[in-house]
Design a protein around this ligand. Structure first.
Ligand SMILES: *Cc1c(COP(=O)(O)O)cnc(C)c1O
Length: 457
């Protein structure tokens, strides 16, 4: 492809993407395809000779589009958001356009320094402890996902412990994200405790203490505890301060998983939900959920980068260089499992600069206000009730007529095509999760959802 063709097709594809966003609200959110249908439209073999780019672009409409679930629809209320935005998409494009490999500072100084700097900005913007900055003793790194961040924290916790690996125990609540258990398994923990939760679905701290005491008495070594600020099920909030204090007492690594809710901390009023962070060893949140930055972009902070780097640093001769030897630079290959890394900070940098902190705050506050409004309608409705509090922008509710009625209601909402929610279960009860957070969700979209709820409830 010549650079002139690249210019022409690039502009055509930008138009194609803009058209997609302009029309996404008109598309049924769920695709009407059966398993294998998309593959059946693809040729059996890869092309032997090159095709025209016009053919390639037209197959986006013909083959890809029918098989998409429209996460960027403003009627997206399922799971958590994965809210992208135009500045983020442009940052992603520039990242691909520059083709950088930022494994070491020396292999792309700008990739490393923009990332360190933007993540230091976020420490201030989110009100996190200032010693988490790379200019102090901590630091942030962009990982692919919160699962990777949590896994990394578990590996460091295992490595820093002097007790036999087979005696180490990892703790989290029964409502924690599955990535904690998965990460513990991958990191080689043989003992994983899913601690019971209280009536708000937050970790029962007394139970945590009891389980730890029993483990210690049995000769095991508490090594890692993960608290959640905003569980995936219902955005329940663990007591980060008390769990941090317990972690200190037992010399455990305290990791905080704020994958979804961490973005809300850009608004001061939510910070009371994560007290005592100065007692945390690591923290993760996903700008790719609720900060208008397209997947993948998960931020991982450590309060002290030394144990992280000691755990993951291996320096073969072909990576040795003067900048690394000088100790004056960050080499991000030592901060996560992969070696190679792309320029992911660009899209986050573009987003922060395009919206400004005030712009981001105002959209997050709008989502939360829309959720509070929906919550109010549910509370006043005779046949609906909340199943969990609404600290952020996830509303968890059920039909008072029982599980069948709740599941029928979820089905009715999802059959509209314009709104999509997640039916789920907590304890022995069915409920509906309405997560408000797509970049372009406005009152009218929640109104349209409510009209369906009210008609079927
Ligand atoms: C979504 C979520 C995760 C997993 O995020 P990925 O980036 O997809 O790995 C982990 N923890 C919580 C609380 C989540 O909500």
């Amino acid at each position: 492809m010549t650079s002139d063709q690249f210019r022409a097709y690039g502009k055509e594809l930008i138009d194609w993407i803009a058209d997609y966003w302009d029309g996404v609200d008109e598309r049924p959110i769920l695709p009407a395809v059966s398993p294998g249908q998309i593959r059946s439209m693809l040729p059996a073999n890869a092309p032997e000779t090159g095709e025209t780019f016009d053919e390639i672009i037209s197959d986006l409409d013909r083959i890809v589009m029918p098989g998409l679930t429209h996460w960027q629809s403003p009627g997206w209320f399922a799971y958590f958001p994965a809210n992208a935005s135009f500045p983020s998409i442009l940052g992603e494009l520039v990242s691909a356009g520059l083709g950088q490999q930022g494994m070491l500072w020396a292999t792309s100084p700008a990739t490393t320094e923009v990332e360190s700097h933007v993540l230091d900005w976020l420490v201030d913007l989110l009100g996190l402890p200032t010693h988490w900055k790379t200019t102090d003793r901590g630091g942030g790194v962009i990982q692919m996902s919160a699962s990777d961040s949590t896994h990394t924290a578990l590996v460091v916790a295992r490595q820093r412990s002097t007790a036999p690996a087979s005696s180490l125990v990892a703790y989290t609540s029964s409502q924690a994200h599955s990535s904690v258990e998965k990460g513990a398994r991958v990191a080689g923990f043989e003992h994983i405790r899913l601690v019971d939760v209280d009536s708000t679905f937050a970790m029962d701290v007394e139970t945590l203490e009891r389980v730890i005491t029993a483990d210690v008495a049995a000769g095991l070594t508490p090594a890692f505890v993960c608290s959640a600020v905003g569980t995936t099920g219902t955005t329940a909030i663990d007591d980060t301060r008390r769990i941090g204090e317990i972690a200190r007492r037992h010399d455990m690594w305290h990791h905080v998983d704020a994958a979804y809710a961490g973005s809300a901390m850009i608004c001061e009023e939510f910070r009371r939900y994560q007290p005592g962070l100065d007692l945390a060893d690591s923290y993760t949140f996903n700008p790719h959920k609720w900060m208008f930055t397209n997947f993948d972009c998960s931020v991982f902070y450590v309060s002290d980068r030394k144990p992280l780097i000691e755990t993951l640093s291996i320096l073969p001769p072909y990576l040795q260089n003067a900048a690394t030897d000088s100790g004056a630079v960050v080499d991000y290959r030592d901060w996560h499992v992969p070696l190679g890394r792309r320029f992911r900070a660009l899209k986050l940098w573009f987003v922060l600069r395009h919206y400004g902190a005030e712009g981001i705050r105002s959209i997050i506050r709008k989502h939360v206000a829309l959720a509070r409004d929906l919550e109010g309608r549910i509370v006043s409705h005779p046949s609906l009730e909340l199943v969990a509090p609404t600290p952020f922008a996830l509303v968890s509710f059920a039909h008072t007529g029982g599980d069948d009625r709740t599941n029928e209601l979820a089905g009715a909402i999802n059959r509209t095509g314009h709104s999509y929610v997640t039916p789920s279960r907590i304890g022995d009860r069915a409920f509906i999760r309405v997560s408000i957070g797509q970049t372009h969700t406005e009152a009218e979209h929640v109104e349209r959802l409510w009209a369906t709820i009210a008609a079927y409830a």
